[in-house]
Design a protein around this ligand. Structure first.
Ligand SMILES: *Cc1c(COP(=O)(O)O)cnc(C)c1O
Length: 362
């Protein structure tokens, strides 16, 4: 496809071209059924096959051990900010959070609506340029869980390894780096991720929850907002977002064809390496936002000497076919989101543009 943009959008984000073309071929008639997948019952054998296969693929690619339920939910990761405390924060316990940036802060603010919270570690004093060390984390007594944000999509920081929380369940918002690298699910009590960064389109949120955490919530929780409801019904309690789950299925097959989590990680490291090398080798023309040891391999954030120059970069890059390079409105600067489906060639083209821009404006 000649006119495909160099897509660096933060989310919804690039999808593999092969997956889009496959969806196009399958959209009117699905597997000889005489109708689109979107037109058929979620209780029928054909959709159910897609649903089960999608779960199986997630289990395989993320190496999810027995004892964990995989759920397909709605309401985005933002609804998980509420579902986590509604289901897991019992009276007399404390929801502990690591404050790493914009998304972690939203999770904390939401949890405050439902119970007692504590900030177990924070990098706010460093403008969220870094991920706290494990040794900085102070778990409160009676911690119900420790919540962390694996990849801060807006600031461009990423946990390189997760802390050991002992008996306290670790909860991870992995929205922007799930399946970008191998994962040890057994370190977590609960993982959740909106699909629209690494897994597919918006509209479905994946949750992976350890079965012992699924019990009855302490307070009155709406049926749709209880993990137990969806766990018991295999995510078919009500109508799931069937088309979004189907697209996740096709993206997962694509990931499998790339060699799974380890295969996409190799390419992700190469892509991130190219961009950070361009930034670090620019004699200060580009300045990486995050501390080096906290840098994200998914969202590369950087600044230029002035906001005017950043505006010019955004404008010129857009005119040359690059999309989504303007930083989030809350922090400014520039950001290249390089999720799994962003091709290496798009990154090579961006590096070339960056070098050229620096020559012309340096
Ligand atoms: C995008 C994002 C969210 C919000 O996801 P929605 O699906 O829009 O609610 C939450 N956390 C992180 C880390 C994200 O990147």
């Amino acid at each position: 496809m000649a006119n495909r943009a160099y897509n660096f959008n933060a989310g919804p984000a690039a999808l593999p071209l092969e997956v889009l073309e496959q969806a196009q071929a399958e959209i009117v008639e699905f597997e000889g059924s005489g109708m689109s997948l979107m037109e058929m019952s979620h209780r029928g054998a054909i959709y159910e096959g897609v649903h089960r296969e999608t779960e199986d693929l997630l289990r395989e690619l993320l190496n999810i051990p027995d004892g964990y339920k995989v759920l397909f939910l709605q309401g985005g990761a933002s609804t998980q900010f509420a579902m986590v405390p509604m289901n897991l924060l019992k009276p007399g316990t404390v929801g502990a959070y690591v404050a790493t940036g914009s998304w972690a802060t939203k999770a904390i603010e939401e949890a405050k609506l439902f119970g007692e919270t504590a900030v177990a570690a924070s990098s706010e004093a460093d403008q969220y340029k870094r991920i706290p060390q494990a040794s900085e984390i102070a778990l409160p007594d009676q911690a119900a869980y420790l919540h962390l944000t694996s990849n801060e999509t807006i600031e461009g920081t990423q946990w390189q390894s997760y802390p050991d929380t002992g008996d306290v369940p670790l909860i991870g918002d992995l929205s922007s780096d799930i399946l970008s690298r191998p994962l040890n699910v057994s370190q977590f009590g609960l993982i959740y991720a909106g699909a629209q960064k690494n897994l597919g389109p918006s509209g479905v949120t994946i949750a992976i929850i350890r079965e012992d955490l699924i019990g009855k919530p302490a307070g009155a929780v709406p049926t749709m907002l209880r993990y137990a409801t969806h766990a018991k019904a295999d995510s078919l309690y009500n109508t799931p977002p069937t088309f979004a789950i189907y697209l996740v299925n096709r993206v997962l097959k694509w990931v499998k064809a790339q060699g799974g989590a380890a295969g996409v990680e190799r390419v992700n490291l190469e892509k991130a390496g190219l961009l950070y090398t361009a930034i670090d080798g620019s004699d200060g023309f580009y300045r990486g936002f995050a501390d080096k040891d906290s840098r994200s391999n998914m969202n590369v954030t950087f600044r230029l000497a002035s906001e005017e120059l950043e505006k010019l970069f955004a404008k010129e890059s857009e005119a040359q076919g690059f999309s989504g390079l303007k930083g989030h409105r809350s922090v400014g600067g520039l950001r290249a989101s390089i999720y799994n489906a962003v091709p290496l060639d798009s990154v090579r083209a961006l590096v070339e543009f960056m070098n050229d821009f620096a020559r012309r404006h340096g």
